[in-house]
Structure formats: structure tokens, C-alpha cells
Design a protein around this ligand. Structure first.
Ligand code: PHE
Ligand code: NA
Length: 440
């Protein structure tokens, strides 16, 4: 039952820069600092940047702009926006809602690991398997959810916006310290060569295009409705195209820079670049425990990961909370407790899946499976739904008025046709290839 009360009380609004900071907080996360570098390394090095940049411009930025525009235009979170577009489409919003909830749950498990590792970088590292089998990761998992909930339950401005005003500068400084440290290590070239030497033959492999598209979605937080939700608090005076350019640009830069940090460190100490949890939680700790001032740099590195993660988690919590508030007129605090409790329950199998309990499904830990389904396979499905519904059923004049409001750059009707035909086609191809790649 859509509630009218959300309309009678004025909706919260970001203050100046608050929106851009919070959206950067959402975008920049484990996807950039941890996942991007090894995906590049494994997929043709520098050559991977070609499909990445192509996907980034062909549907990354357009879909980000669309989500912000829909959010501001319909002044509601994703379920509400679908419902206001057409009452019968309301339930479509449940897909991004559920996806976000599940991603929130397992992302918090990894964020919890980074939280524990901040402490370990001072006290000395625990062996990863000993750590995951101990009760500690469950503690830091719940602590992460609790912390995110404590921020989100307060008002938008005093909660999420204020937190990001502190977190984003910390992230920037930590990133800079790590970059300078990595680039002044001996033997930087070997790391950079591995990271960026283009293997052009990789470009003919469709798998690399699929990987690139998936990485763009996850990194920009597209298809989850969280950008849409953040957009619903955006003031009419803000320029959506300009904000999106800044947010996407920063996300790209941070991902690129992360590779300039990870690979010089790994190669300078003679280690092999590995992927997955191993890189951040086994290889790097080994290096930090031998390098000069290693406990300092280890602390900074894991703070960087945790800050990136928690600011992304805030947007995931808000996606869920805003839905309860908009749809059921729940008080913010009650909604936050509900969403966080739900995520803590849903996340339990993920929190146990590296704990030696053999929660193995299809040959992989539970966490990897939910990541594959909710963080990868369903993303183009959900993104196509948003794209198709709002480009076809929302009056083009209304869409264009909304996106061009207070913007110097003006989109024309071509943009609407681009969203109606080209983007869904590209997404269909991506989806089909992902399915083929995963299951055949
Ligand atoms: N974009 C975030 C990252 O790169 C992850 C994220 C996914 C955030 C989905 C919100 C929603 O880590
Ligand atoms: Na990102």
C-alpha cells in the first residue's frame, strides 16, 4: 500500500556537496580497491581498460544518470518509483531491493574481515584460516552492521551525509599515503608491467567484455536502486549530469590508483599476484609483517578498505530503509533495525562460509555463490528492468526536463532512444554471455 504521508511531510534533502560525497562513498568500495586490480591483472592487463572504458561510457554513466533522474523525478526509493510510474510495476522494485539486501549481507562479512585486520596490523596478523574459523569474524560482521545501522538510523543529513564528510577525506588521505609508499618501493616497474602491459589478444575473448561490464556495474553501484534512492533526496538545483561525471570519474580514478598500490607492493616483495580473498587477507599481511613501518602501512591499508566498504554499506542500508519508510511510512529507526536484522540473518551463511564449516555449494564457498548470483548475474537483469521501464513508460519530455534541470549540458530525445533500444540490447548481450560463461 503506497503511503501518501511521504508526500505530505517534506522529503529530506542533501545539502550542497552532501549528495556527491555520499554517492562517491557508495561507489568507491571493495570493488575498486580490492576487486578491480586483480580483475585487470587476470584479464589482459592494460588491455582490459579498453572494454572497461567502453562499458563505462556506453552504459555505466548513462544508467547512473538515469537512476539519479528517476530518483529525483519520482521522489521515492526504487519500489515507490516503479509504483508511481505504473501501479502494476511496483513489484519490479522488489528485485533491486532484495539484491541490495543480500549484497549488504555478504559485503558486511568482508568489511568485517577488514575491520579485524585493522586491529591485526597493530597486534600481529592471525593466519587467515585460523581467523575465519574463530568467532572473531562473526563479531566484526555484526559490529559492521551495527555501526552502519547506527549511522543510517539518524536523519539523512546528520547520519549518512555527515559520516561521508568524515569518511571521504580519510579515504583520500589513506589512498595517497599508500600510493606514495608503493611507488617509492624498489622494483616498481615489474608490478606496473604486470598491471598495465596490454595483452591485446585478450580483447577478442568475449569473457573479458563480460568481466568488464560486470565490474562497471558493481563498481558504480548500478542496478541496485541505491543510486536511485540517493537521487530521491537530491535538490532541484543540482546538475545531475555534472554530479554523475564527478562521481563516476572519482570511482574510475580510485580503481586505477588501487592497482598502482597493490602490484608494486606485491612484486617488490617477490610475491605472486593472486586473486580473491587471498590477496588482501593472506598475501598483503605477509608483506606488511616484513616491510619497514609495516604495521603503520598495514593499518592505513585496512583502514582504506574498511572506510571504502562502510560508506558503500551505508548506501545499501539506505536503499532498504527508504523502501520501508516510503512504502509503509515506518519511522526511520524502526526501518533501520528491521533491515539490519534481516541482513544479519541472511548474512550468517556467508559469515560462516569461510569458517571451515564446509558450506560449499557448486564447488565454491557460500559467500562466492551469493556474490555470483546477487552481485553479478542479476545485476544486468535489474538494470535492464529499470532502463526499459523508465525509458518507455515515463514521458520523454518529463525525463528530459528532469535530467536537464539546472544543467548546462542538455540531453536531447536521442538519449531516450538510446536508453530504449541500445542499452537494453547491450545488456542482453552481456547477460547472455555471462550465463553462457558461468554455466557452460
Ligand atoms: N560500488 C561498491 C564497490 O565498488 C559496491 C556496491 C554495490 C555499493 C552495490 C552499493 C550497491 O565496492
Ligand atoms: Na566502486
Amino acid at each position: 500500500m503506497p503511503s501518501e504521508s511521504a508526500d505530505t511531510t517534506k522529503r529530506a534533502e542533501w545539502s550542497r556537496y552532501g549528495f556527491v560525497l555520499a554517492a562517491i562513498g557508495s561507489a568507491v568500495g571493495l570493488g575498486n580497491i580490492w576487486r578491480f586490480p586483480y580483475v585487470v591483472g587476470e584479464n589482459g592487463g592494460g588491455a582490459f581498460l579498453v572494454p572497461y572504458i567502453v562499458s563505462f561510457f556506453c552504459f555505466g554513466i548513462p544508467l547512473m544518470v538515469l537512476e539519479f533522474t528517476v530518483g529525483r523525478g519520482f521522489r521515492g526509493s526504487v519500489v515507490t518509483a516503479f509504483g508511481r510510474l505504473h501501479p502494476r510495476l511496483r513489484h519490479l522494485g522488489l528485485l533491486p531491493f532484495v539484491m541490495t539486501l543480500v549484497v549488504f549481507s555478504y559485503y558486511s562479512v568482508i568489511a568485517g574481515w577488514t575491520l579485524a585486520y585493522i586491529i591485526f596490523s597493530v597486534t600481529g596478523y592471525m593466519d587467515f584460516e585460523t581467523f575465519t574459523s574463530s568467532p572473531l569474524p562473526r563479531v566484526t560482521f555484526f559490529a559492521t552492521i551495527l555501526l552502519a545501522g547506527a549511522v543510517v538510523k539518524v536523519d539523512l543529513k546528520a547520519g549518512i551525509e555527515r559520516a561521508n564528510r568524515y569518511l571521504m577525506p580519510v579515504l583520500g588521505v589513506a589512498l595517497l599515503i599508500m600510493l606514495v609508499q608503493a611507488l617509492t618501493l624498489p622494483g616498481v616497474q615489474a608490478g606496473l608491467a604486470y598491471y598495465l602491459t596490454p595483452d591485446l589478444s585478450a580483447l577478442s575473448d568475449p569473457a573479458i567484455w563480460v568481466q568488464a561490464a560486470g565490474q562497471v556495474f558493481f563498481s558504480l553501484s548500478i542496478g541496485f536502486g541505491v543510486l536511485l534512492t540517493y537521487g530521491s533526496y537530491l535538490s532541484d538545483s543540482a546538475s545531475i549530469p555534472r554530479s554523475a561525471a564527478v562521481i563516476a570519474g572519482v570511482d574510475f580514478l580510485v580503481a586505477l590508483v588501487a592497482g598502482f598500490i597493490i602490484f608494486p607492493i606485491v612484486f617488490s616483495f617477490g610475491f605472486d599476484p593472486v586473486s580473491g580473498p587471498q590477496l588482501a587477507f593472506i598475501t598483503l599481511p605477509q608483506i606488511f609483517s616484513t616491510m619497514a613501518f609495516g604495521s603503520f602501512f598495514g593499518t592505513i591499508f585496512f583502514i582504506l578498505l574498511f572506510v571504502g566498504a562502510i560508506s558503500s554499506i551505508l548506501s545499501m542500508v539506505e536503499g532498504g530503509v527508504a523502501t520501508m519508510v516510503d512504502e509503509w511510512a515506518w519511522p526511520r529507526e524502526k526501518a533501520t533495525i528491521f533491515i539490519c536484522t534481516l541482513a544479519a540473518l541472511i548474512g550468517l551463511p556467508s559469515a560462516l562460509s569461510y569458517a571451515g564449516y564446509d558450506l560449499i555449494l557448486f564447488g565454491a564457498p557460500f559467500l562466492d555463490n551469493v556474490d555470483l548470483l546477487f552481485g553479478t548475474l542479476l545485476v544486468p537483469v535489474s538494470a535492464s528492468m529499470i532502463c526499459l521501464a523508465f525509458s518507455w513508460l515515463w514521458k520523454p519530455e518529463s525525463l528530459l526536463t528532469e535530467v536537464n534541470k539546472n544543467s548546462r549540458f542538455k540531453f536531447s530525445r536521442t538519449a531516450v532512444y538510446y536508453l530504449r533500444y541500445i542499452v537494453p540490447l547491450l545488456l542482453l548481450v552481456t547477460l547472455a554471455s555471462t550465463v553462457v560463461r558461468t554455466f557452460l
